[in-house]
Design a binder for this molecule. Structure first.
Ligand SMILES: [Zn+2]
Length: 130
């Protein structure tokens, strides 16, 4: 039985005594329990989001002009710098052509001539020249 059910049971018991003031106090108490439970759920959600953010912050690396997620030997990305700095969103950049990347969300374009070499190593040689 949950705390709300307990409060309901107590309210029902008190009703029998026809004490309006006491009954109202129990109803107020029940409402406060509702509110506390809601706040608790919100806090749990915030803690979960903070843990996720912390995990990302430990792995994210800025290599001009974009971000990468580094996990040991693994490297994932690149990710949009603007989107991450603005609202902590990891948006994968799309490659348009050699060294030209763009973000589907903020439409920001990035040019980097060295990304060709990084990409070739990262994808095990799957990069194709035009
Ligand atoms: Zn973006």
């Amino acid at each position: 039985m949950g705390i709300i059910d307990h409060a309901k049971d107590i309210a029902e018991l008190i009703k029998k005594y026809n004490d309006v003031e006491l009954y109202q106090k129990i109803i107020d108490l029940r409402d406060e329990i509702f509110e506390l439970r809601e706040n608790n759920l919100n806090l749990k959600g915030k803690i979960k989001a903070l843990k996720k953010e912390k995990k990302i912050n430990e792995k994210i690396v800025f290599e001009k002009p974009y971000y990468w997620i580094k996990d040991g030997e693994k490297k994932d990305g690149p990710y949009c710098q603007k989107c991450f700095d603005d609202n902590k969103k990891l948006i994968r950049l799309q490659e348009r052509k050699n060294g030209h990347w763009y973000c589907l969300v903020c439409k920001n374009g990035v040019i980097d001539s060295s990304c060709k070499a990084i990409n070739r190593v990262h994808n095990g040689g799957s990069w194709m020249s035009s």
